[in-house]
Ligand binder design. Structure first.
Ligand code: ATP
Length: 248
């Protein structure tokens, strides 16, 4: 493993002229962006715009057609980077015939969490997602929202410096959504960098910076306030229409 302090690499993510095509279909077109340490960076775009494709390139699950992605100073894909990333996919990757506890223990062992530390981390993450009462329940008895929360708990388990969350709060009720956001903010405060995708405008406004994406193209990157100001509009919806329409 690298000797460098992974928490001190800036930018944490550097995407440079990235294209991704499936056959002749270009799904991402010349994406260039950087994500700085300890920010919450949102990727906002309608269904099918390329958000999931982009986050998969960041994790190394998928590879670019051209261009490059660097995470924590290292060219992606790189297996050793996975220890540094907490990834929550859009479809839950859970063992449904096992209990939540067994799922957490499995992932904890993958990340080398042992003994008291493992027990403490499992309790901590289950509290964050408010599932502590359901630790021993089999996952096939969980609701969709509970599965999402368990997936988030697993992404947080090994306290990675970088969290990549694909639509983390879909199917989660507003009260818990607020408390999850509070927790994500607290993680930012401790230096964790967070990249998340969303198509919910009010959630997008909570991010430090936002990338607006449509049809695989990056329309704009700025703080929510900056995006509203440059577009001269009052709502994120209008900003999206402005950048997606008038400026192209
Ligand atoms: N493996 C693949 N092969 C072919 N096309 C793909 C593949 N993966 C994604 N696509 C296409 O790429 C486009 C972008 O998909 P992507 O899942 O990245 O969108 P998204 O913005 O995440 O949408 P959603 O919000 O609905 O999840 C879609 O048109 C999709 O059909």
């Amino acid at each position: 493993m690298e000797e460098i302090d992974m928490n001190q690499v800036n930018p944490v993510i550097a995407v440079t002229h990235v294209h991704r095509a499936f056959g002749s279909r270009e799904v991402l077109k010349d994406i260039t962006l950087q994500v700085e340490q300890a920010e919450t960076f949102g990727i906002l775009g309608p269904s099918g715009s390329g958000k999931t494709t982009l986050v998969k390139l960041l994790t190394g699950i998928d590879e670019v057609t051209s261009g490059e992605v660097k995470v924590l100073g290292t060219l992606v894909p790189k297996l050793s980077l996975l220890q540094q990333i907490g990834y929550m996919a859009q479809s839950d990757a859970l063992y449904t015939e096992l209990s939540a506890k067994e799922n957490l223990e499995f992932f904890a062992s993958l990340y080398g969490l042992k003994g008291g530390n493992r027990v403490r981390r499992i309790a901590d993450v289950m509290e964050i997602v408010n599932l502590q009462e359901h630790l021993r329940k089999r996952v096939d008895q969980y609701s969709g929202g509970m599965k999402r929360r368990l997936s988030l708990a697993i992404a947080l388990l090994h306290e990675p410096p970088l969290l990549i969350l694909d639509e983390p709060t879909v199917g989660i009720d507003p009260v818990l959504r607020q408390s999850i956001w509070k927790e994500l903010r607290a993680l930012n405060g401790k230096g964790t960098t967070i990249v998340l995708t969303t198509h919910v405008m009010d959630e997008a406004e909570k991010c430090d910076r936002l990338a607006m994406i449509r049809d695989g193209q990056l329309l704009a990157v700025d703080s929510p306030k900056g995006l509203l100001q440059s577009a001269g509009v009052a709502s994120m919806e209008d900003a999206f229409l402005y950048y997606g329409g008038a400026r192209r």
